[in-house]
Design a protein around this ligand. Structure first.
Ligand code: FMN
Length: 191
Protein backbone atom coordinates (compact mmCIF):
# COMPACT_ATOMS: atom_id res chain seq x y z
CA UNK A 1 0.00 0.00 0.00
CA UNK A 2 1.12 3.55 -0.74
CA UNK A 3 2.35 5.41 2.39
CA UNK A 4 -0.23 8.17 1.86
CA UNK A 5 -3.03 5.57 1.70
CA UNK A 6 -1.81 4.00 4.94
CA UNK A 7 -1.66 7.40 6.61
CA UNK A 8 -5.23 8.17 5.57
CA UNK A 9 -6.69 4.73 6.32
CA UNK A 10 -5.03 4.08 9.69
CA UNK A 11 -7.40 4.54 12.61
CA UNK A 12 -6.95 3.70 16.26
CA UNK A 13 -8.29 0.22 16.89
CA UNK A 14 -9.84 -0.82 20.22
CA UNK A 15 -11.25 -4.25 19.27
CA UNK A 16 -8.77 -6.98 18.37
CA UNK A 17 -8.84 -10.55 17.06
CA UNK A 18 -7.20 -12.99 19.44
CA UNK A 19 -4.45 -14.10 17.04
CA UNK A 20 -0.91 -13.64 18.30
CA UNK A 21 1.63 -11.46 16.50
CA UNK A 22 4.97 -13.17 15.72
CA UNK A 23 7.95 -11.83 17.67
CA UNK A 24 9.75 -11.03 14.40
CA UNK A 25 6.90 -8.71 13.40
CA UNK A 26 6.94 -6.98 16.79
CA UNK A 27 10.71 -6.53 16.48
CA UNK A 28 10.20 -5.09 12.99
CA UNK A 29 7.89 -2.45 14.51
CA UNK A 30 10.51 -1.46 17.08
CA UNK A 31 13.12 -1.39 14.34
CA UNK A 32 10.94 1.09 12.44
CA UNK A 33 10.85 3.25 15.59
CA UNK A 34 14.62 2.92 16.03
CA UNK A 35 15.35 4.77 12.78
CA UNK A 36 12.82 7.60 13.28
CA UNK A 37 13.98 11.23 13.28
CA UNK A 38 15.45 12.23 16.66
CA UNK A 39 16.31 15.70 17.94
CA UNK A 40 20.11 16.16 17.96
CA UNK A 41 20.13 12.47 17.01
CA UNK A 42 20.16 11.64 20.73
CA UNK A 43 17.87 8.61 20.32
CA UNK A 44 16.83 8.51 23.98
CA UNK A 45 13.99 6.01 23.51
CA UNK A 46 13.89 2.40 24.70
CA UNK A 47 11.13 -0.15 24.12
CA UNK A 48 9.62 -3.13 25.90
CA UNK A 49 7.66 -5.67 23.89
CA UNK A 50 5.01 -7.34 26.03
CA UNK A 51 3.83 -10.59 24.49
CA UNK A 52 3.54 -13.15 27.30
CA UNK A 53 -0.20 -13.87 27.85
CA UNK A 54 -0.29 -13.32 31.62
CA UNK A 55 1.64 -10.04 31.33
CA UNK A 56 -0.52 -8.83 28.43
CA UNK A 57 -3.55 -9.39 30.70
CA UNK A 58 -1.95 -7.42 33.54
CA UNK A 59 -0.82 -4.51 31.34
CA UNK A 60 -4.43 -4.10 30.15
CA UNK A 61 -5.50 -3.27 33.71
CA UNK A 62 -3.11 -0.30 33.81
CA UNK A 63 -4.65 1.43 30.75
CA UNK A 64 -7.65 3.68 30.11
CA UNK A 65 -9.53 3.67 26.83
CA UNK A 66 -11.43 6.25 24.76
CA UNK A 67 -12.24 8.72 27.54
CA UNK A 68 -14.92 10.62 25.57
CA UNK A 69 -17.12 7.56 25.35
CA UNK A 70 -16.06 5.56 28.43
CA UNK A 71 -16.85 2.79 29.12
CA UNK A 72 -18.10 2.07 25.58
CA UNK A 73 -14.61 2.27 24.09
CA UNK A 74 -13.10 -0.34 26.43
CA UNK A 75 -12.09 -3.45 24.53
CA UNK A 76 -14.35 -6.21 25.89
CA UNK A 77 -12.97 -9.56 27.01
CA UNK A 78 -12.19 -11.63 23.93
CA UNK A 79 -11.29 -8.51 21.91
CA UNK A 80 -8.41 -7.14 23.94
CA UNK A 81 -4.88 -6.37 22.63
CA UNK A 82 -2.60 -9.37 22.15
CA UNK A 83 0.67 -7.46 22.60
CA UNK A 84 2.03 -4.10 23.66
CA UNK A 85 5.05 -1.95 22.98
CA UNK A 86 5.91 0.26 25.93
CA UNK A 87 7.85 3.37 24.87
CA UNK A 88 10.38 4.62 27.42
CA UNK A 89 12.63 7.67 27.59
CA UNK A 90 16.11 7.06 28.94
CA UNK A 91 16.65 10.22 31.02
CA UNK A 92 20.38 9.38 31.27
CA UNK A 93 20.49 10.14 27.53
CA UNK A 94 17.93 12.96 27.20
CA UNK A 95 16.04 14.79 29.95
CA UNK A 96 14.02 17.21 27.81
CA UNK A 97 12.90 17.72 24.24
CA UNK A 98 12.08 14.05 23.76
CA UNK A 99 8.32 14.48 23.21
CA UNK A 100 8.62 14.90 19.45
CA UNK A 101 11.01 11.93 19.30
CA UNK A 102 8.24 9.88 20.91
CA UNK A 103 5.83 11.16 18.25
CA UNK A 104 8.05 10.33 15.28
CA UNK A 105 8.87 6.89 16.70
CA UNK A 106 5.33 5.84 17.51
CA UNK A 107 4.00 7.05 14.17
CA UNK A 108 6.56 4.82 12.44
CA UNK A 109 5.30 1.92 14.56
CA UNK A 110 1.60 2.43 13.90
CA UNK A 111 2.04 2.97 10.15
CA UNK A 112 4.30 -0.07 9.66
CA UNK A 113 1.88 -2.07 11.83
CA UNK A 114 -1.08 -1.02 9.67
CA UNK A 115 0.85 -2.08 6.56
CA UNK A 116 1.34 -5.51 8.20
CA UNK A 117 -2.42 -5.76 8.86
CA UNK A 118 -1.99 -4.95 12.55
CA UNK A 119 -4.20 -2.46 14.35
CA UNK A 120 -2.94 -0.27 17.15
CA UNK A 121 -3.99 2.29 19.70
CA UNK A 122 -1.64 4.74 21.40
CA UNK A 123 -2.36 4.94 25.11
CA UNK A 124 -1.20 7.89 27.18
CA UNK A 125 -3.61 7.34 30.04
CA UNK A 126 -1.60 4.84 32.05
CA UNK A 127 -1.27 3.90 35.70
CA UNK A 128 2.48 4.44 35.38
CA UNK A 129 3.46 3.31 38.84
CA UNK A 130 1.67 -0.03 38.44
CA UNK A 131 3.09 -0.53 34.96
CA UNK A 132 6.59 0.31 36.23
CA UNK A 133 6.29 -2.28 39.00
CA UNK A 134 4.79 -4.90 36.69
CA UNK A 135 7.56 -4.64 34.08
CA UNK A 136 10.41 -3.83 36.53
CA UNK A 137 11.15 -0.52 34.79
CA UNK A 138 14.04 1.30 36.51
CA UNK A 139 13.56 4.88 37.73
CA UNK A 140 15.70 6.58 35.08
CA UNK A 141 13.40 5.31 32.33
CA UNK A 142 10.31 7.52 31.96
CA UNK A 143 7.17 5.84 30.64
CA UNK A 144 6.07 7.86 27.60
CA UNK A 145 3.35 5.83 25.90
CA UNK A 146 1.98 2.33 25.50
CA UNK A 147 1.03 1.02 22.06
CA UNK A 148 -1.71 -1.62 22.12
CA UNK A 149 -1.53 -4.08 19.23
CA UNK A 150 -3.51 -6.83 17.56
CA UNK A 151 -5.28 -7.79 14.37
CA UNK A 152 -8.21 -5.39 13.96
CA UNK A 153 -11.66 -6.66 14.87
CA UNK A 154 -13.24 -3.31 14.04
CA UNK A 155 -12.78 -0.67 11.36
CA UNK A 156 -13.40 2.84 12.68
CA UNK A 157 -14.30 5.47 10.10
CA UNK A 158 -13.06 9.00 9.63
CA UNK A 159 -15.61 11.81 9.43
CA UNK A 160 -15.30 15.45 8.43
CA UNK A 161 -15.48 17.47 11.63
CA UNK A 162 -18.50 19.71 11.97
CA UNK A 163 -19.25 20.84 15.53
CA UNK A 164 -17.16 18.56 17.77
CA UNK A 165 -13.79 16.84 17.91
CA UNK A 166 -15.27 14.07 20.08
CA UNK A 167 -15.29 10.65 18.50
CA UNK A 168 -18.41 8.51 18.95
CA UNK A 169 -19.69 4.95 18.60
CA UNK A 170 -22.97 4.46 16.77
CA UNK A 171 -25.73 1.96 17.65
CA UNK A 172 -24.06 -0.76 15.58
CA UNK A 173 -20.77 -0.24 17.43
CA UNK A 174 -18.89 1.54 14.64
CA UNK A 175 -16.37 4.07 15.95
CA UNK A 176 -16.42 7.44 14.14
CA UNK A 177 -13.48 9.86 14.29
CA UNK A 178 -13.98 13.50 13.28
CA UNK A 179 -11.02 15.24 11.65
CA UNK A 180 -10.73 18.98 11.01
CA UNK A 181 -11.03 20.00 7.36
CA UNK A 182 -7.87 20.85 5.41
CA UNK A 183 -9.18 24.33 4.59
CA UNK A 184 -9.62 25.03 8.32
CA UNK A 185 -5.99 24.31 9.21
CA UNK A 186 -3.95 25.21 6.13
CA UNK A 187 -2.51 28.63 5.27
CA UNK A 188 -0.25 29.35 2.31
CA UNK A 189 2.55 31.95 2.28
CA UNK A 190 1.59 33.35 5.72
CA UNK A 191 -1.26 33.13 8.22
C1 FMN B 1 -0.44 11.09 22.73
C2 FMN B 1 -1.69 10.26 22.56
C3 FMN B 1 -2.29 9.67 23.66
C4 FMN B 1 -3.43 8.88 23.51
N1 FMN B 1 -3.97 8.26 24.61
C5 FMN B 1 -5.05 7.47 24.46
C6 FMN B 1 -5.57 6.78 25.59
O1 FMN B 1 -5.06 6.90 26.71
N2 FMN B 1 -6.63 5.95 25.41
C7 FMN B 1 -7.20 5.77 24.16
O2 FMN B 1 -8.14 4.98 24.05
N3 FMN B 1 -6.73 6.42 23.07
C8 FMN B 1 -5.67 7.26 23.19
N4 FMN B 1 -5.16 7.90 22.09
C9 FMN B 1 -5.78 7.69 20.76
C10 FMN B 1 -6.62 8.90 20.33
O3 FMN B 1 -7.85 8.89 21.04
C11 FMN B 1 -6.89 8.81 18.81
O4 FMN B 1 -5.65 8.91 18.13
C12 FMN B 1 -7.82 9.92 18.34
O5 FMN B 1 -9.12 9.70 18.84
C13 FMN B 1 -7.89 10.00 16.83
O6 FMN B 1 -8.29 8.78 16.28
P1 FMN B 1 -7.45 8.04 15.17
O7 FMN B 1 -6.15 7.62 15.81
O8 FMN B 1 -8.30 6.87 14.78
O9 FMN B 1 -7.22 8.99 14.04
C14 FMN B 1 -4.03 8.71 22.22
C15 FMN B 1 -3.42 9.32 21.10
C16 FMN B 1 -2.27 10.08 21.27
C17 FMN B 1 -1.64 10.73 20.05
Amino acid sequence: MDVYDIVLKRRSVRRFKQKSIPMDTLKKLVNAARVAPSAANLQPLKYIIVKKKELVKEVFTTLKWAAYIAPKGNPPEGQRPVAYIVVLVDTKIGKKGYEIDVGTAVENIVLVAWNEGIGSCLIGSIDKQRLRNLLHIPGHLKIALVIALGLPDEYPVMEEMTDTIKYWRDESGVHHVPKRRLEDILYVDGF
